[in-house]
Design a protein around this ligand. Sequence first.
Ligand code: ATP
Ligand code: BUA
Length: 371
Amino acid sequence: MQVNEFRILVLNPGSTSTKIGVFDNERSIFEKTLRHDIDKINQYSTIIDQYEFRKQTILETLDEEGINISKLNAVCGRGGLLRPIEGGTYTVNNQMLEDLKKGFAGQHASNLGGIIAYEIASGLNIPAYIVDPVVVDEMEEIAKVSGIPSIKRRSIFHALNQKAVARRVASEFNKKYEEMNLVVTHMGGGITIGVHKQGRVIDVNNGLHGDGPFSPERAGTVPAGDLVSMCYSGDFFREEMMKKLVGQGGLVGYLGTNDAVEVEKMIEAGDEKAALIYAAMAYQIAKEIGCASAVLKGKVDAIVLTGGLAYSKKFIQDISSYIDWIADVLVIPGENELQALAEGALRVLKNEEKAKSYPNTKQELALESQF
Ligand SMILES: Nc1ncnc2c1ncn2[C@@H]1O[C@H](COP(=O)(O)OP(=O)(O)OP(=O)(O)O)[C@@H](O)[C@H]1O
Ligand SMILES: CCCC(=O)O
């Protein structure tokens, strides 16, 4: 390593895997997806209980790969369901650890990111960070009004990938992220459409709890009156209703799979129901992009499509046919979350940005968990 080069370990825990990477500055020198046996995962009653097992698996893998962790300068994990905070790189502190452990805004595998990063980093006396967790909240007040006074719209979305992709697009335009107006659509297991106005995501659908287009495994917005009737029908427990929204909604609910590749095979084989549902998912995404463009009053520099579904030419064509009159449509398939974590930590290590302290404000600290 040269002077001014920083070695960063990055960790992105997902529901059945943990993606890890080691970066020398922006350059990846090692990346691996550690797949966890589903029976092993199911032995633990909560996500937090998986902490020791996942940490050991990471450390053993680094050892097997001959990566000497004493050479690390920082560890950076994907942040989880914390209090709503603005985007950026945060130092993992005691309040954050407490909120991640109890799941301040719910249980999510990414809650483990900050905890494991902290545990590895503190043993090495180096800093631990998280970057752009799913609860990044830069929404304007007007966007939070729901129509029922006791319900506030919430910002839960693919902040890490959306912001990384938006920065990349800005640099392709030779501009700063803060100079661009972008509509960024992440299309994975969940789907979120963010209105990026000059470096802030001023409106976005809550991709986790039933809002926006339906997705491979989530229901998105559904007719509210019918949902209330189902809840009170006596036919379903609360957990069953929640699963209809997250896990068993969307493509899973209609077609029994969350795999869009599989759905495209069904369509090629002449399955008309699959064709209708897949077309409806593209239609709902396009409608949401239209809404996001209205928030920007039509001043949209580009529409960006990213996430796993962006690998599908058919799906991209279908969405584009509704929205390409609004602005150029840029396609950046997949997600680059490990790179984004490394870059977030690096901006701080190089003193280009100051690490933020969690929580940022007294109002954030005063919030009470609803979970
Ligand atoms: N080549 C492809 N063509 C069509 N669909 C694809 C292709 N590759 C991946 N997908 C689909 O993308 C979806 C998964 O996307 P992704 O991997 O971004 O999700 P995830 O990481 O599990 O969830 P999330 O992005 O919400 O965190 C699946 O429906 C998968 O079938
Ligand atoms: C919407 C938050 C990220 C996810 O899909 O789990």
